[in-house]
Design a protein around this ligand. Structure first.
Ligand SMILES: C[S@@+](CC[C@H](N)C(=O)[O-])C[C@H]1O[C@@H](n2cnc3c(N)ncnc32)[C@H](O)[C@@H]1O
Length: 212
């Protein structure tokens, strides 16, 4: 058996330790951010227009964004590294399926998914380790499948680690993240940058991509 990289264990342990305060922040957060809801709605519309197949939220944490996708009419399930986050997600959303796992090794057959949402989860992957994640997303998506990324944008600087409250995370130039996805055979459909709202520190980036 191959050993799990240290950064994955560190991320899982860090999120296991903060479920209650994280839930307090995450619950209802989308209601405060119309632009985030608009991007998620565009993703959901795109998946529904192509036949409404199954969608995975990878790095789903407590499951609120997965439930939002369900409310937008998607057949969504969630995957997360943190067993404690998954316990919470299952209790809070008993009608949805959640599993513990890493998004670079999904327990999903080739081409099974119509969409993948990574909403502030790739942020914890060290930049040098990121390319295989896009390869895995490509493997599990059907041709034409949709990928939506939410992340912290680097605002003109290079990719850089910052002191995320839970565990180290990285801000990315939106062009660099789009280029990495393109290398794994994704084409860009659209992008959005939004400025930080009150109590947020950084500009947010979204990339909507399609698997070729
Ligand atoms: C900032 S939280 C976002 C949670 C959720 N997407 C939301 O918007 O509330 C990041 C989540 O990604 C998960 N995560 C980070 N790396 C992961 C990986 N390689 N595989 C699965 N989950 C991962 C963490 O455990 C954590 O729950």
């Amino acid at each position: 058996m191959t050993e799990r990289p240290a950064y994955l264990s560190a991320t899982a342990d860090a999120y296991d330790a903060v479920v209650a305060p994280y839930v307090e922040l995450a619950q209802g957060a989308l209601a405060q951010v119309p632009l985030d809801r608009a991007v998620l709605a565009a993703f959901a519309d795109s998946v529904r227009a192509d036949g409404a197949g199954t969608v995975a939220e990878v790095g789903c944490g407590p499951g609120y964004t997965t439930a939002h996708l369900r409310d937008l009419g998607l057949d969504a399930f969630g995957v997360d590294l943190s067993p404690a986050m998954i316990d919470h997600a299952r209790a809070a959303h008993p009608d949805l399926h959640f599993e513990v796992g890493s998004m670079d090794a999904l327990d999903v057959a080739d081409g099974e998914l119509s969409g993948i949402l990574s909403w502030y989860s790739l942020i914890h992957v060290p930049p040098a380790e990121l390319p295989p994640y896009f390869t895995e997303f490509r493997r599990v998506l059907a041709p034409g499948g949709h990928l939506l990324l939410g992340f912290f944008e680097s605002e003109g600087g290079p990719t850089a680690m910052f002191d995320h409250k839970v565990t180290p995370a990285y801000r990315w130039p939106i062009d660099d993240l789009a280029a990495l996805a393109r290398k794994a055979d994704f084409v860009e459909v659209g992008r959005m940058l939004r400025e930080p709202q009150e109590e947020e520190r950084f500009r947010r980036g979204n990339l909507l991509m399609r698997r070729q």
